[in-house]
Ligand binder design. Structure first.
Ligand code: HEC
Ligand code: HEC
Ligand code: HEC
Ligand code: HEC
Ligand code: HEC
Ligand code: HEC
Ligand code: HEC
Ligand code: HEC
Length: 242
């Protein structure tokens, strides 16, 4: 046998016996008793102290806060997300006080502008949005809402507004293309704005022979882009310059 093959076989033999030894000495005792699990893990986990209490436990002593939180915009954000694990506090409030995130840096962890967040999730640019004051001086953390109805679509659609602001469509108001019911600004998911539906909509400004200002670039509405809708090729909030 060639010596390099012998060496290879020795390496394999060492590895294999290592594996057998590891299986024998290192596997937890209860491994395999119930399938591919370590049965004792269940017991070990149940022995860990309970750290979270859940919202219902707070109702006993903070009923007013639980009540407004239940109905408010933060109903899906559990008390203990902001105040930390509270089981010890529930047992003995004066011995275990809970922190409250009053500092301005906290809320942008969820609300700071980030393009990967879903459309419509309320986001702000912390540097520009009422700087230097704590968020909670204007928004009740237990039932946050804008202190007044937003005047501008930018308050909730910041990403689109920022894009449009540096695009050839900068001068077009959002409402030129989206007829928006006033109620959209207070109940955005129930009252939805309109969206353009036809090629003729864009053609009103861009078709040859349209009565719009002559500086606006023209296309032949009948042939340009075939039968596709304009926004299948041009992003309407930032149509590209060519
Ligand atoms: C048995 C009554 C009791 C229960 C249950 C209870 N608390 Fe409290 N909580 C208190 C009392 C009393 C204080 C005031 C403590 C102090 O100021 O020394 C307090 C204070 C607080 C504070 C004030 C912190 C601050 O900086 O002002 C927070 C936050 C808080 N509780 C959150 C919770 C949450 C969340 C729950 C539910 C998981 C809860 N509490 C359940 C009695 C309770
Ligand atoms: C989004 C984060 C957030 C959530 C969720 C939240 N809190 Fe708070 N909580 C705060 C902040 C911030 C303060 C400090 C408010 C202040 O100083 O004006 C506070 C203050 C408190 C206080 C003490 C001051 C007061 O207003 O009486 C209690 C008690 C309290 N929270 C309980 C709760 C309970 C109970 C829940 C769940 C029903 C809850 N919190 C959910 C952020 C939160
Ligand atoms: C763990 C993530 C999280 C944290 C932390 C958080 N929020 Fe929220 N916030 C949410 C969610 C979820 C909503 C509901 C969004 C929705 O309805 O689509 C919301 C809604 C809001 C709204 C919008 C209400 C509206 O007009 O629809 C405001 C204002 C707000 N939060 C302010 C705050 C403030 C101030 C703080 C800090 C005290 C804070 N949030 C901390 C998750 C968070
Ligand atoms: C001086 C008061 C003030 C302060 C401080 C403030 N806000 Fe606002 N916030 C407003 C107003 C007013 C609006 C309504 C939109 C507008 O007009 O800009 C708003 C809107 C929002 C919205 C959008 C609501 C929606 O439905 O999309 C969020 C989220 C928000 N604020 C979070 C925060 C956070 C987080 C902080 C702290 C970093 C903060 N705010 C600090 C006054 C304030
Ligand atoms: C209070 C926050 C808020 C304000 C202010 C607001 N929107 Fe919205 N908008 C939303 C939310 C939330 C959605 C729903 C997003 C989703 O469900 O995907 C939405 C959806 C939309 C849609 C898509 C509708 C659809 O069916 O796809 C359009 C278009 C729109 N908004 C335009 C506007 C215009 C134009 C303005 C200003 C006149 C405006 N919005 C002001 C929060 C707001
Ligand atoms: C030139 C016309 C035009 C203008 C101006 C315009 N939009 Fe749109 N918008 C459209 C069209 C067309 C669609 C549909 C795109 C689609 O269906 O793919 C749309 C889709 C949307 C949507 C839903 C889809 C998405 O991209 O999230 C929102 C939200 C929206 N617009 C908000 C706004 C806001 C806010 C402004 C002002 C800052 C604005 N739009 C300005 C034409 C316009
Ligand atoms: C109210 C009139 C108006 C409407 C409606 C309109 N646009 Fe425009 N569009 C303009 C203006 C103004 C410019 C900028 C012209 C300039 O560069 O001075 C422009 C620029 C453009 C450009 C960039 C052309 C270039 O190379 O400079 C494209 C692409 C475009 N629009 C596509 C669309 C689409 C798609 C729609 C329909 C969703 C639409 N427009 C609706 C007025 C309009
Ligand atoms: C199949 C994709 C496609 C569709 C659909 C489409 N376009 Fe275009 N568009 C283009 C391309 C590619 C260009 C750049 C090359 C050119 O000038 O033909 C362009 C250029 C433009 C220009 C700039 C012309 C210039 O002279 O600067 C405008 C304005 C425009 N399109 C508007 C529209 C409008 C309005 C619609 C809907 C009626 C539309 N487009 C549909 C692909 C498309």
């Amino acid at each position: 046998m060639p010596p390099q093959l012998t060496r290879l076989l020795i390496v394999f033999a060492v590895l294999a016996s290592g594996l057998v030894a590891a299986r024998h000495f290192l596997l937890p005792k209860t491994f395999g008793e119930s399938g591919h699990y370590r049965t004792a893990a269940v017991e070990a986990i149940t022995k860990q102290p309970v750290r979270y209490a859940g919202r219902e436990a707070c109702a006993l002593c903070h009923p007013d806060i639980v009540e407004i939180h239940r109905k408010g915009n933060h109903q899906t954000v559990a008390c203990e997300v902001c105040h930390g694990p509270a089981a010890a506090h529930v047992e003995s409030p004066s011995d275990h006080q809970l922190p409250a995130p009053r500092e301005r840096g906290y809320c942008p962890l969820c609300h700071g502008y980030d393009p990967s967040r879903p459309t419509g999730f309320p986001q702000i640019e912390p540097v520009a949005h009422n700087p230097l004051k704590p968020c909670i001086s204007c928004h009740n953390p237990h039932e946050p809402r804008p202190p007044h109805v937003p005047e501008d679509c930018r308050a909730c659609h910041g990403q689109i507004a920022r894009m449009k602001a540096v695009s050839p469509h900068v001068q077009l108001a959002c409402t030129r293309c989206h007829e928006t019911p006033e109620r959209h600004k207070t109940a955005p998911r129930e009252a939805r704005p309109d969206k353009p539906r036809t090629r003729e909509f864009c053609g009103a400004c861009h078709a040859q022979g349209a009565s719009s200002p002559k500086e606006i670039p023209r296309i032949d509405l009948a042939t340009h882009g075939g039968r596709f809708l304009c926004w299948q090729c041009h992003y309407p909030h930032q149509p590209e310059l060519n």
